[in-house]
Design a protein around this ligand. Structure first.
Ligand code: GLN
Length: 483
């Protein structure tokens, strides 16, 4: 039951093969069994989950079932959940119980989903390995000596290990796609503004975007249907009408032109990943797509630009954690300065402090023009590269990550090495474009991720292309065997 797709589970629930309570208890049992080792969950909401499952079973009985009625999911621990700890994996918020519900989690509740708990992540979503969590690292279910990717590593590992049917994640520079690739699942980063950010604890507001993490493109389509749409409470959420994602999955790919950005197929790419991508390209050709090389000439500037813009926004967003309004406060402060300084020194981990320092520096009067303004100009050039490419092709196909899941501890001492993990995901984030990560092979038993990038608001086309690929291949059906 634990590795079934959402549509299979919905089918089982409608056919009364099992109830939501049974399904929920089944996942909770697996969480009990495997979470000590994998550390996917910060909070396990056992009682609330069973209660929600009972309500879901009743609603189904009365014919009032929502789109995800009775489906057990998990939420990244930066979505505010009313009455349930929302820590952002930080000591700073390790006692924060939100008084309100984020739009994303509220929509899941309205659709009838059961929340099993809140998943582990890199502190304030800063990281690519899930080693920056106040609650300890998450382990990759394919090989527990390796990282699951980050920052939505708890969500990715939980889906991969069959501890929930699906999960939410957020992606600022790759945090849905990179862990999806490392854990062999499917994850979608939608167009910036497609999903409301209300109640999502902010990292870099011009980049942050929520999205689904699941076993297949088909499941992601269903989840996106629930998550997407305008929210009057978030002024950056898009007014654009929401497509019927699940209805469009069956379209043929004949006539589709797929671009291969040549800057993504360089020496930095692990040859085994390159090989797996060539196979995927052949599959798309056999599905009727035309392949064409394109160029995104400013790709190499994306990581440096991101690591100016994202920390700049983070330093502003994280200024609110001052020991007065939210979360932790240091013990017996001597005066106001001491209160601010000790609260922030004790509350934030090393990576978060590094980002605040970088961000404050690049925004300071003497350096604003030299760094921040330059980075914004580069951001525009990167966006223009994509606009140019989408004048010639319908989708782009490239790797999600330059390598597979790496051993715990192997990159944590070298921030630049770690930042380069996101070289293939950051450009799309800076441009605000949607991208789908899906498994396309394995190297030494570790999953390899393919990335499809679409034009603005073309999530339906992306999910269709992902689904068609998954009809021909079975990489998305593989799952780790847990000890
Ligand atoms: N790894 C990138 C970072 O640390 C991206 C994180 C994210 O997407 N939240 O900033």
């Amino acid at each position: 039951m634990s590795f079934k797709s959402i549509s299979e589970l919905l089918n089982g629930l409608t056919q009364k093969e099992f109830s939501s309570v049974e399904l929920t208890r089944d996942y909770l049992k697996r969480i009990q069994q495997y979470n000590a080792e994998l550390n996917c969950f910060i909070t396990i909401a056992e009682d609330q989950a069973v209660e929600a499952a009972e309500t879901a079973d009743k609603r189904r009985e009365t014919g009032a079932a929502g789109l995800l009625e009775g489906i057990p999911v998990a939420h990244k621990d930066l979505f505010c959940t009313e009455g349930t700890l929302t820590s952002c994996a930080s000591n700073m918020l390790s006692n924060f119980i939100p008084p309100y519900e984020s739009t994303v989690t509220r929509r899941f509740l309205e659709a009838g989903a059961v929340c099993l708990g809140k998943t582990n992540m890199d502190e304030f979503a800063m990281g690519s390995s899930n080693e920056n969590s106040h609650f300890g690292p998450v382990r990759n279910p394919w090989d527990s000596t390796r990282v699951p990717g980050g920052s939505s590593g708890g969500s990715a590992a939980a889906v991969a290990a069959g501890l929930c049917a699906a999960a939410t994640g957020t992606d600022t520079g790759g945090s849905i796609r990179q862990p999806a690739a490392f854990c062999g699942i499917t994850g979608l980063k939608p167009t910036y503004g497609r999903i409301s950010r209300l109640g999502m604890i902010a990292f870099a507001s011009s980049l942050d975007q929520a999205g689904p993490m699941a076993r297949s493109a088909e499941d992601c389509a269903l989840l996106l249907q629930v998550m997407a749409g305008h929210d009057p409470m978030d002024s950056t959420s898009a007014q654009q009408a929401v497509d019927q994602y699940s209805h469009n999955l069956g379209s043929e790919l004949k006539g589709l032109t797929i671009g291969l950005p040549k800057e993504y197929y360089n020496e930095g790419l692990d040859p085994t990943i390159g090989q797996a991508l060539q196979e995927a390209i052949k599959t798309y050709e056999s599905l009727g797509a035309t392949i064409k090389e394109v160029s995104l000439p400013h790709t190499s500037l994306s990581v440096p630009a991101y690591y100016v813009i994202a920390p700049a926004e983070a330093s502003a967003n994280l200024a609110r954690f001052d020991g007065v309004r939210y979360g932790k406060r240091c013990d017996s402060p001597a005066d106001l300065d001491d209160l601010y300084m000790r609260t922030r020194a004790e509350g934030f981990g090393a990576e978060v402090q590094r980002r605040i320092l970088i961000g404050t520096y690049v925004l300071s009067a003497g350096y604003f023009d030299a760094y921040y303004r330059q980075a914004q100009k580069i951001r525009r050039l990167i966006k223009n590269d994509f606009v140019e490419a989408f004048g010639q092709v319908d989708l782009l196909l490239c790797p999600t990550t330059p390598d597979c899941a790496f051993p715990l501890g192997s990159k944590s001492a070298d921030p630049v090495q770690m930042y380069l993990e996101d070289i293939f995901t950051i450009p799309t984030s800076l441009a605000g474009l949607p991208a789908l990560a899906l498994p396309c092979g394995q190297a030494n038993g570790l999953p390899i991720g393919l990335q499809l990038i679409g034009n603005y608001f073309q999530e339906a086309r992306l999910l269709n292309a992902g689904h068609q690929y998954q009809q021909r291949t079975d990489w998305h059906l593989q799952h780790p065997t847990l000890g």
